[in-house]
Design a protein around this ligand. Structure first.
Ligand code: ATP
Ligand code: MG
Length: 347
């Protein structure tokens, strides 16, 4: 069997640099390496509604925003089916059948969902749709028989849940579904990029993000407001690198030629870190460098995005075509699933 790659994003806001290094960059790399049979990337609008059901406009508007981010980052609709989740109703039907294969207590144990419930203040009354979204995510993955899912590490519990459902399904109804594997970025800091506040994961819901669509001025403002080492007050003071967001981001974004281009008096990040630890290196200097390094990555994305944003109708056309193709595949899988479950009365 060949590789089938799939991932999605919740259209709850435009994408940020955490998405970029956590998953999007890997998707573009996989796309360009071409070692796959099918590749799908989708806008999880139905999932986004599970905790934004009272704000449909937010979800709708962000479908376009996220699609623009995809294309600006280099996803190529000739190679990848980009589709809208709610427009593939087979996914909802699969979810309903998979619900039988999980228990409430198993869903309660999912650490990512637990964290998200707390964050959203849902402890007292969790919307059932939100609570069960890992099951719908299993439907999204298995409908396409995806085996590779490029994600950040907050998604590992979802992948584990999906594998369990697949195993249970196959053992009861016969070999039908494929067990998926997560593909994490190599760089550990990129697997769950911390927000600019330094306290938790960069997340659309937390407002601690640098967005791919941020202007040069916005990025600069955010970089210069970043959390560093609170005890590094004067330039001469020794500084801490661990937990210092500027260094975390440099770890993720620095490229081989970054020093030559923007800070030639240092040869490597290790050298820069050593100097900071010893004292004598100011926060302004490292922030200026980080800003240059991030801009190196974001400037071309921003330019492409501005261009694409001028023709939203073209973007919707890409989504429409991708959705048709995705729907065909999901239909085939649903048919197999229903046959395995003996729900094929008229065949
Ligand atoms: P929300 O707050 O609405 O859940 P989010 O910022 O967590 O938004 P998602 O749409 O849930 O974004 O995640 C999309 C993909 O991006 C997933 O694969 C997820 O693992 C990855 N991702 C999200 N945030 C980060 C991050 N800070 N670092 C690395 N990867 C991330
Ligand atoms: Mg999330």
């Amino acid at each position: 069997m060949g590789n089938i790659i799939l991932t999605g994003d919740r259209p709850t806001g435009p994408l940020h640099i955490g998405h970029y290094v956590g998953s999007l960059k890997n998707r573009v790399k996989l796309q360009n390496e071409g070692n796959y049979d099918e590749m799908y990337v989708f806008l999880a609008d139905a999932q986004a509604l599970t905790d934004n059901f009272d704000n449909p406009k937010k979800v709708k508007d962000n479908v376009l925003e996220v699609a623009l981010d995809y294309l600006a980052c280099g996803l190529d609709p000739e190679k990848v089916n980009i589709f809208i989740q709610s427009e593939v109703p087979e996914l909802t039907e699969l979810t309903f059948y998979y619900m039988n294969l999980v228990t409430i207590s198993r869903l309660h144990r999912n650490p990512t969902v637990k964290e998200e419930i707390k964050l959203r203040g849902f402890e007292e009354s969790i919307p059932a749709g939100f609570f069960t979204y890992p099951v719908s995510q299993t439907a999204d993955i298995t409908a396409f028989k995806a085996n590779i899912v490029p994600v950040g590490d907050d998604q590992l519990p979802m992948l584990e849940q999906a594998r369990e459902i697949v195993r249970k399904f196959n053992s009861i109804y016969g070999d039908t579904l494929v067990e998926p594997d997560a593909l994490l970025p190599e760089n550990e800091n990129a697997r769950r990029l911390v927000g600019i506040d330094g306290s938790s994961k960069m997340s659309k819901s937390l407002g601690n993000c640098i967005y791919l669509k941020d202007s040069e001025e916005e990025v600069k403002k955010k970089v210069f407001s970043m959390y560093t080492d609170p005890n590094h007050i004067r330039v001469e003071d020794p500084g801490k690198v661990e937990g210092n967001v500027v260094f975390t981001y440099l770890d993720v974004f620095c490229k081989k030629d970054s020093f030559k281009k923007y800070l030639p008096e240092y040869k490597s990040l290790d050298e820069l870190k050593d100097h900071y630890r010893r004292g004598g290196l100011g926060d302004m200097k490292i922030k200026r460098f980080l800003n240059d390094v991030i801009e190196d990555e974001l400037t071309p994305i921003r330019k492409r995005r501005e261009e694409l944003a001028k023709s939203p109708e073209k973007v919707y056309e890409i989504l429409r075509k991708g959705t048709i193709k995705a729907g065909q595949k999901a239909k085939e899988t649903l048919k197999e699933v229903k046959r395995a479950m003996m729900l094929n009365y008229f065949e």
